[in-house]
Write a protein that binds this ligand. Structure first.
Ligand code: HEC
Length: 193
């Protein structure tokens, strides 16, 4: 009887200890967020900004006849296209202290600068083309610095996407259909901070 309660007592002590350790290590994990999660968070912010700009600035201004968006927005008095808005904000953030990078890329880019620049990017574009619902990730080196490369499929969510890309003279592809993967958003997260 005494033996039994002793065993029970030790067991509950062990449970309590491990229970406590479990909670404390959980709290530690929450502070050291995995780079993949950081990439997911950035992706959702980048996409939200792009969607808001496309719907509530470009489309709204166009509907009101106040302004149109065009590719040559710097020389003409027009708004930048949503793709250009994303690329321009990316240029600003890559020069910031956070050293985080992002970009729209594609296997069929209108702007040749948006083609894949490395085998890793090419692998990511092929992988997300095959499996659009899963982001592709890989650790890449840039000199002595390592980065998480995360690539998310960019789909033709509206008729406007395919209308413009299919008709564009610099587009290498003219048969995009709605919901096709047109390219990807690539995000680079620095790992050795
Ligand atoms: C009015 C024309 C237009 C519309 C609408 C448009 N795009 Fe583009 N898109 C462009 C141009 C022009 C570029 C090249 C921008 C640059 O110089 O970097 C581009 C770039 C891209 C790129 C990078 C690869 C490339 O082709 O250079 C992707 C991916 C992309 N667009 C996807 C989309 C998606 C998805 C939509 C719909 C949500 C969309 N685009 C709507 C004109 C358009």
């Amino acid at each position: 009887m005494i033996m039994k309660s002793l065993v029970l007592g030790i067991a509950s002590l062990l449970l309590l200890t491990f229970g406590y350790l479990g909670i404390s290590s959980g709290a530690k994990d929450a502070r050291g967020i995995p780079a993949e999660k950081v990439a997911d968070m950035l992706y959702s912010v980048i996409q939200s900004n792009r969607t808001f700009y496309a719907e509530h600035v470009v489309e709204r201004m166009q509907a009101k006849g106040a302004a149109v968006a065009s590719e040559n927005w710097r020389s003409e008095k027009t708004l930048p296209l949503p793709a250009q808005f994303l690329q321009e904000t990316a240029r600003l953030s890559v020069n910031s202290k956070a050293k985080v990078g992002y970009k729209l890329i594609s296997l069929w880019p209108i702007n040749k600068q948006n083609g894949s620049k490395s085998e890793s990017e090419q692998r990511g574009l092929m992988a997300t083309q095959q499996n659009p619902n899963r982001p592709y990730t890989e650790v890449v080196m840039n000199g002595a610095d390592s980065y998480l490369l995360a690539i998310y499929a960019d789909r033709a969510v509206s008729q406007a996407c395919i209308g413009c890309h299919n008709a564009h003279q610099d587009s290498p592809r003219h048969d995009f259909k709605q919901n096709d993967v047109m390219g990807a958003i690539m995000i680079m997260i620095p790992l050795n901070l």
